[in-house]
Design a binder for this molecule. Structure first.
Ligand SMILES: *[C@@H]1O[C@H](CO)[C@@H](O)[C@H](O)[C@H]1NC(C)=O
Ligand SMILES: *[C@@H]1O[C@H](CO)[C@@H](O)[C@H](O)[C@H]1NC(C)=O
Ligand SMILES: *[C@@H]1O[C@H](CO)[C@@H](O)[C@H](O)[C@H]1NC(C)=O
Ligand SMILES: *[C@@H]1O[C@H](CO)[C@@H](O)[C@H](O)[C@H]1NC(C)=O
Length: 492
């Protein structure tokens, strides 16, 4: 609204009289930092608020699944009169971020974390409370239907219930995806709206991220001996960029969750969590579905979860690093491919260690490839940062511009940095060598006897750098040009 607009006086009157009717200047910024400031404010106002107390206060602000949480975590202790401690604006921000809702287009109850991923706050906080009260029990003992296994309250409230509901929902409607999707914020600097990259399922990526984080932190806190830190400092450490002595990093959530994961036990937890919910909701969840059928659905579902969220690396999608659009018409790859070509970026020469840095590197490479080289897009299919994430370049389906003459035959995967005399950090190497390769094989993107080569084997270049090239030569799938590996011959 620019200039010369008359003020409707009646409206001004209402504005003065009823502050709650004033439009909020801007929708709140759904960044984790905002949530943490409010939690800190709460903790400062009342120093008796322990981590458990704050987690309970936050639980009381959630509206759905209170019955399940009460059964598994008990009643919350002394109520705190929040409106006395927080402003109306901040209280409603808390209520919003704690209550998850996906659909129709946007997902709410989620925040953007500093590492560029998005988490559902409710599941995160539920994990922390459940960890502090961890219990593996038969909450329905005496009730007719047996649970598949005693319920681990931590597992049930972070992941098992939501995954089970997603498996059921997919069973009812096969044209719906099983899990996910991930999504994108309207702006990374001031995130207001989170939009899905496809139709929502009951287990969105943000719910799964928040659930894994809640599980990891709850599991650690359940074993803590020392005096417990405040909730705000636990979350600042876990999501922050500064290495922490006490806590792992959110960016390694997949690896850390996988370390505690057992396929059979996890499947039993899914069955038990959903059976419990079904009991609480008068059989309206399972709809009399045969338990054997539900078991089969869950076994398949958990395998898919394992593949997509533990085996596969977390990939930061193009929209999150603010990629420009592809120019022209992309050409589709004929999958599965046989090769993966390894590169280093050389420039940028410094490894990026944060989402901000890596995203900026991706944008500068895309600008260079599009504007100077006149390519349609950033050349690589995927790029590995040293921040724990892989970045989507041309992705799984489109022919790249990375290894002249070979672009149709394989994926180009590059490490950000100059690896002439040193190696990428161990986590980045593992991400490509283990996670990317396994993910590509089980997702049928590359053949199981795939081969790895360095850029320099196809071109007059030092890429991927002397040190990195020596490293990949020691990988089992490395292949000299013109020499087919022995393992391949014996399999053929
Ligand atoms: C909300 O909380 C933040 C962080 O503590 C604080 O700076 C801000 O003043 C609060 N907003 C309102 C309207 O009270
Ligand atoms: C099944 O899922 C698809 C994809 O999400 C959706 O378009 C369709 O409306 C769903 N069908 C029913 C009957 O719910
Ligand atoms: C699986 O569950 C059983 C029984 O609860 C337990 O003894 C075992 O340690 C669990 N295994 C793993 C790998 O978590
Ligand atoms: C890459 O690293 C090598 C060896 O450390 C160095 O000589 C070269 O100048 C570096 N190049 C760039 C662009 O940083």
């Amino acid at each position: 609204m620019v200039g010369g607009i008359g003020i409707p006086w009646g409206f001004l009157f209402l504005w003065v009289l009823y502050p709650q009717l004033r439009p909020i200047n801007a929708t709140p910024v759904y960044h984790l930092d905002n949530l943490l400031s409010i939690i800190e404010e709460l903790e400062d106002q009342d120093p008796t608020l322990t981590i458990l107390k704050v987690a309970e206060i936050l639980r009381d602000l959630q509206t759905s699944d209170q019955d399940l949480r009460r059964l598994l975590l008990g009643e919350t202790s002394v109520p705190v009169v929040l409106p006395r401690l927080l402003s109306h604006t901040n209280l409603s921000f808390l209520e919003e971020v704690l209550n998850h809702q996906a659909g129709p287009l946007t997902e709410t109850g989620v925040v953007l974390t500093p590492d560029g991923t998005t988490v559902a706050v409710g599941n995160l906080v539920a994990g922390i409370e459940a960890g502090l009260k961890r219990e593996v029990s038969q909450p329905l003992s005496g009730v007719s239907r047996d649970l598949s296994a005693p319920v681990d309250n931590l597992c049930a409230l972070t992941l098992a219930k939501d995954l089970g509901l997603a498996f059921l929902s997919h069973h009812m409607n096969k044209s719906q995806e099983l899990l996910g999707p991930d999504g994108c914020w309207d702006s990374v600097d001031s995130p207001h709206v989170f939009t899905g990259s496809g139709p929502w399922t009951p287990a969105t990526s943000a719910l799964i991220n928040g659930g894994m984080d809640g599980f990891i932190l709850g599991d650690l806190l359940s074993q803590f001996q020392a005096p417990l830190p405040k909730l705000s400092s636990v979350l600042r450490d876990y999501y922050g960029q500064v290495p922490s002595l006490l806590l792992p990093k959110a960016s390694s959530r997949r690896k850390n969750f996988e370390a505690t994961f057992d396929l059979g036990n996890f499947t039993s937890q899914v069955l038990s969590a959903v059976s419990l919910l079904d009991h609480l909701r008068n059989n309206l969840v399972l709809h009399q579905l045969n338990l054997n059928t539900f078991r089969k659905i869950s076994e398949q579902g958990v395998k898919q979860f394992y593949h997509s969220y533990l085996e596969c690396p977390a990939i930061i999608p193009r929209c999150m690093w603010a990629a420009r659009p592809f120019r022209g018409e992309p050409v589709e790859l004929a999958l599965p491919l046989r090769y993966v070509y390894i590169h280093h970026t050389f420039e940028p020469s410094r490894p990026c260690t944060s989402f901000q840095e890596c995203a900026a590197d991706m944008r500068s490479m895309q600008r260079f490839h599009q504007d100077e080289r006149q390519w349609n897009d950033i050349g690589y299919n995927f790029v590995a940062g040293s921040d724990g994430y892989l970045y989507e370049g041309r992705g799984w389906h489109w022919v790249g511009a990375h290894t002249k003459g070979q672009n149709f035959k394989g994926y180009g995967v590059s490490f950000i940095g100059n690896y002439t005399s040193e190696l990428p950090d161990e986590a980045a190497l593992q991400l490509v060598k283990e996670n990317f390769m396994k993910c590509a094989v089980s997702g049928k993107k590359i053949v199981s006897d795939y081969a790895i080569q360095g850029h320099r084997q196809h071109r007059e270049t030092t890429c991927p750098g002397e040190a990195l090239f020596n490293e990949i030569r020691s990988w089992e799938a490395f292949e000299e040009v013109g020499v087919t590996r022995a393992t391949v011959e014996t399999q053929a």
